[in-house]
Design a protein. Sequence first.
Length: 338
Amino acid sequence: MIQIRNVISLCDGVSGGQLALKRNGILYRNYFASEIDKYCVKITKKNFPNTKFIGDISSVDGTKYTDVDLLISGTPCQGFSNASAKKLNFDDPRSKLFFEFARILGEVKPIYFLLENVKMKKEWIQIINDTISDIVGYPVEPYLVNSAVVSGQNRWRCYWTNLPFDNQIEDRGILFGDILVDTKEDMLRPCEPRQIKNQSLCRHVANATDIRSNESTKRVYAPDGKCPTVTTMQGGHREPKVLCGAYRGRYNADGSTSQRLEIRQDGKTSTLTTVQKDNVVTKNGMFYRKILPIESERLQTFDDNWSEGVSNSQRFKQMGNAFTVAVIEEILKPMLWE
């Protein structure tokens, strides 16, 4: 273990940065968290009761903080995200909070800084590059990392930092199916197969038939690929969906064989194979289920039940807004060698 001085986390969420420090064995005097979401504050207090909350990022006076070894932030991404219909970039009041991070970076002058945000248009990246570079006095560009190397989720993010991170994270080989928990059969819902046109990280193999919504919310994914990016979900069937069950040839009492649908009682999925009957059910249909809050935590590499204590909708929202903790762990590891 090593001991650093003070840490400031802006837009702290449920303290994924603090968990990454803990897992790396990095101790600190104080962890100052700027967070205004009362549900996030509740979860952080549960997991890290010694956290010192410092209010809204816009009201933080960085000149009051000294001996800061790490400034960390994941400013809101809604204005930059491809999932946003308006794509307001810096005109979105949430994404505009990047400039509050930049202001505090200049005031605090930490030894190290780390900023996370979504993969975005080059012109928006360049604004962030130029702003940070002007403040610190040397060129800064983001590392582009896919959480897929450390989790069962396909999640591209940009990371701006002055830590000597080499972005050579070893792929841990975790698939969507690896993070699933046992569930009840009554969670299963109908879907229909679709033709798989390419071998992508996220294997979209079926579409839900019980949902009346846009096509993206109907997508059902195979367990032998990656889960799509976890979002805040917030209703409308936006939870990622996983395929369950298979069609098998089985012996009957008279010695003959017949094809029958086998539904897994644990709510997990059968391995998707190259054999059509293993992944395409015709007569009785295919089945899927939505992921659970604990599975969204695993996809973001938090500890199980990290966000327990608030409603499921809030748990999903917290994970959609959070860091992938294992990526932050990797980026912070150079601090162990200083």
